[in-house]
Design a protein around this ligand. Structure first.
Ligand SMILES: C[S@@+](CC[C@H](N)C(=O)[O-])C[C@H]1O[C@@H](n2cnc3c(N)ncnc32)[C@H](O)[C@@H]1O
Length: 458
């Protein structure tokens, strides 16, 4: 694998034929009909009203409504206050989704430019809500990811593009179609600025991997170590290009350290000398912080097996995927937003990791599942359980810390429920169903505002 170095290091010692002369503007954008000016999108206020139906004033919020209008509603209080946004929106597949109990859950029926403009308007408002040190992750499949990447470059700036994650979403498929089995989906990651919250995600070493990566034992200290080169690509004329112990750096390379530092490392016994006199640095396992997570994620698939508790909402994401993202890109106490909340995976994990959450969904089935999850916890999906087999896929614990997300704790959450006032009765039904508020004497004549609200759950 070759790694490019700075273009200033080009030495004119090869001849490249090129007719590319360009001194124009480097920006680009995706174009389609009916693209509203960004300014107009930002300046349009929310059109509808939202009322608190339960636990008014609680910092954690679930809002029932169309997220474009709800996001606009949130701007007045939360402009630049959100630290992390994760969204798993419709994928532009032109299909509808049912939950495991056959209830219609949501429609994914916008396609082409209509889909792009739907997402663009929302992403522009999300950018307004994001704090300067905030980040946004958007999860999609191969259908629209590349158009969305260009759109995100346009809205958040190509320089703020931080990563393109490929996730293995399910087990291998036996496709009858004339193509490769589709087992991947994608997450694009942008920050709002250069100065964004970042805690590098790592995975713990397995004994086997550790022995392979750190194969040597130091004779004096007994510590496990690996040997790494002490030089790096590129020549230098200064200190790191000088002779050390009668040796120059290999051609085209320089020492990674100053001569003084190399001598210090050697005196401390931290340089390994091979039989033919080649120096290498000893890197000890006890200073290793874990295996840095790369941008292909094989270990957080949405496997439906007996190990995983879930709500049964369609396209429900693996909580450990959210654990990784939330821990990498937010701190305790930060506000995490998911405005395509579905079954509330992001909200649940954010809460368990000590963050505040705001969830929005326009499907009553999603709101039902979110509240079910908050009040009753998750359930193992019975028909996937095979008594005779051990699980094919054991969920990895990604972060071996005390505050690890636990899918086995059915913790009741504190949250406020707000609804678009035109649809409050539907939301009230859900609250009544979960006995969070009392059923009115005559439900037909129920007046939203007159409903007695029970004590907040804690
Ligand atoms: C792919 S699902 C999200 C699943 C979720 N990540 C989970 O783990 O359960 C997409 C969600 O976006 C919601 N949605 C679609 N259009 C919306 C809109 N305009 N406003 C609010 N929610 C919307 C759907 O109702 C659906 O629940």
């Amino acid at each position: 694998m070759a790694t490019g170095i700075s273009k200033h290091k080009w030495k004119e010692d090869s001849h490249i034929v090129s007719n590319e002369i360009y001194d124009g503007d480097y920006s680009y954008e995706i174009s389609y009909p009916e693209k509203l000016p960004a300014q107009e999108i930002v300046e349009t206020p929310n059109e509808f009203k939202y009322e608190s139906l339960f636990n008014k004033g609680c910092k954690n919020k679930v809002l029932f409504g169309d997220n474009l209008d709800v996001l606009r509603y949130l701007i007045s209080n939360l402009k630049e206050k959100i630290k992390l946004i994760y969204i798993d929106p419709p994928y532009g597949t032109n299909s509808i989704f049912q939950s495991r109990n056959q209830k219609s859950s949501y429609k994914d029926d916008l396609i082409g430019s209509h889909y792009l403009e739907f997402m663009r308007r929302r992403l522009i408002i999300m950018r307004e809500l994001l704090s300067d040190d905030g980040s946004i992750y958007m999860h999609l499949d191969g259908n629209m990811i590349f158009q969305i990447k260009v759109l995100m470059d346009e809205i958040f700036g190509a320089k703020n593009f931080r990563g393109f994650i490929t996730r293995k979403k399910c087990s291998n498929k036996n496709y009858t179609r004339k193509t490769y089995g589709n087992i991947s989906d994608y997450i694009v990651f942008y920050s709002k600025t250069d100065n964004f919250i970042w805690h590098r995600a790592t995975e713990p070493w397995s004994e086997e991997k550790m022995r392979k990566e750190y194969p040597c034992i130091d004779e004096t200290s007994g510590k496990r170590y690996k040997k790494v080169p002490i030089h790096a690509p590129g020549t230098r004329n200064g200190e790191t290009g000088k002779e050390w112990k009668g040796m120059l750096p290999p051609p085209g390379k320089h020492w990674q350290y100053t001569i003084a530092k190399l001598t210090e490392l050697d005196n401390a016994g931290d340089i390994y000398w091979s039989a033919n006199g080649n120096p290498r640095r000893k890197v000890y396992f006890d200073s290793d912080k874990g295996i840095p997570v790369q941008d292909i994620w094989m270990d957080v698939q949405d496997s439906l097996n007996q190990n995983i508790k879930m709500t049964g909402y369609p396209t429900e994401k693996n909580p450990y995927l959210l654990e990784r993202i939330i821990k990498a890109s937010s701190n305790k106490g930060d506000i995490v937003l998911d405005c395509f909340a579905g079954s509330g995976t992001t909200l649940d994990v954010a809460d368990q990791l000590g963050r505040k959450f705001i969830g929005i969904d326009n499907s009553s089935e999603a709101i039902f599942n979110i509240i079910k999850r908050f009040v009753k916890g998750l359930k193992e999906m019975g028909d996937y359980v095979s008594q005779n087999h051990s699980p094919q896929f054991i969920q990895n614990s990604l972060f071996e810390t005390k505050e690890k997300y636990s899918s086995h704790v059915s913790s009741r959450k504190e949250f406020e429920l707000l609804s678009d006032t035109r649809h409050s009765l539907k939301a009230i039904d859900i609250l009544i169903h979960f006995e969070l508020i009392d059923k009115p004497v005559d439900q037909r004549n129920a007046c939203n505002n007159a409903l007695p609200v029970k004590n907040p759950i804690s």
